[in-house]
Write a protein that binds this ligand. Sequence first.
Ligand code: HEC
Length: 109
Amino acid sequence: MKSSATALLLPLLATSLLTLTGPAQASEAIVKKARCVACHTVDAKRVGPAYKDVAAKYRGDAGAPTRLFDKVRAGGSGNWGEIPMLPHGADKISDEDLKAAIQWILSLN
Ligand code: HEC
């Protein structure tokens, strides 16, 4: 009795763990880890623009992922106002994590 209940529950548990660690959550964890959240939230402007606004601005722009990658790396201002974003070197966020974070930001709507 006990073992068949475990056999039933284990796959269920595995499935819910997979759902929890899906791409959206993983990328949100990245922006938290890299402290992007100090200046950005998903749907409200803080120091920097809301990520949903960033997604809306660049929707359908095929060059956006590359330009935004370079922008976060180098920092800068001008697209949203006078306040500059600080540079984020590879010591703060790896290439892989930054790519995933930008892909996640651009997928928001
Ligand atoms: C110190 C505050 C600050 C931090 C930390 C920060 N940002 Fe920003 N971010 C800004 C500001 C301010 C802008 C608007 C810059 C502009 O007007 O061009 C911005 C703009 C952006 C944009 C849009 C750029 C554009 O040219 O349209 C993206 C994408 C972005 N940030 C992603 C990130 C990611 C990813 C991180 C973490 C690795 C991060 N930001 C950390 C302040 C910050």
